[in-house]
Design a protein. Structure first.
Length: 256
């Protein structure tokens, strides 16, 4: 059996590792088994060596809105991309979980949607909620895709000519879409699929959400994994407090 490195990537979901390090690890593993296949699409970052080495980041709410606004012309592709981004930044799903969703995994409940993750990391199942604007985006896409296709994949792939297909969207297609939308939005640095997960975790933790709620939302087995995101959350919370601080500096503390 030929082992594909990109299949291993989907299973590992090890986005925190630098790209070149993960590539080397996969090459060693595959070569040791004598089953070397192509090591996939780990693209070099577009903003230089420092960007290549970075571990990713959480986006601000403003940056997420900028991404979403690139889809507002309303074509079928725009509406698909809008729904993908909405689900990513609402739920924090892993890339593989997002791409494996089918229409049957979507349950409508009183104006919101519940997504059933049947095979999460460790083959564990859970559900996540999609609410408010994200629910409106997903609902609009569900209505349109029902008119356009009969396949089960929630997010189908797109041909180069801009036509939707019956195939599910793959990892490379998702990354290419995010790259394109990031460029259109004028965002600096490369946005990776896992950054949506960081964004959700940081946002929830910054708001003081109970750690167990965040852990369950992200599908972590251990709270210690969730707490890795708390450093960014604390920094964001401190910045927010500083921006809204109104306590005056006493005259004796003023420096020249």
């Amino acid at each position: 059996m030929i082992v594909r490195a990109d299949d291993m990537l989907e299973a590992l979901e090890y986005d925190d590792a630098p790209d070149e390090r993960l590539t080397e690890q996969l090459e060693r593993i595959l070569t040791s088994y004598g089953r070397i296949a192509r090591v996939p699409m780990l693209k070099k970052a577009t903003t230089g060596d420092e960007d290549l080495k970075r571990r990713g980041r959480a986006l601000s709410h403003g940056e997420v809105i900028q991404l979403m606004q690139t889809t507002h012309e309303g074509s079928a592709i725009d509406r698909r991309d809008n729904a993908i981004l909405a689900v990513m930044f609402e739920t924090g799903l892993r890339r593989a979980e997002l791409l494996s969703l089918t229409v049957g995994d979507v349950v409508e409940e009183s104006g919101r949607y519940r997504l059933i993750i049947r095979h999460g990391k460790g083959d564990k199942s859970r559900s996540v909620d999609v609410t408010n604007g994200a629910a409106a985006s997903l609902g609009s896409w569900l209505s349109l895709r029902a008119e356009l296709m009969e396949n089960d994949w929630l997010f189908p792939a797109v041909l180069r000519g801009g036509h939707l297909t019956d195939r599910k969207l793959g990892a490379e297609g998702l990354i290419a879409m995010i790259d394109r939308r990031s460029e259109q939005a004028g965002l600096t640095g490369r946005i990776r699929p896992h950054d949506a997960r960081r964004t959700v975790a940081t946002s929830l933790l910054s708001a003081g959400t109970n750690i167990d709620i965040v852990r369950n939302q992200l599908g972590h087995a251990q709270s210690a994994t969730t707490l890795k995101y708390s450093i960014g959350a604390r920094e964001e919370r401190a910045d927010a407090i500083e921006a809204h601080s109104y306590i005056p500096v006493p005259p004796w503390a003023v420096t020249a």
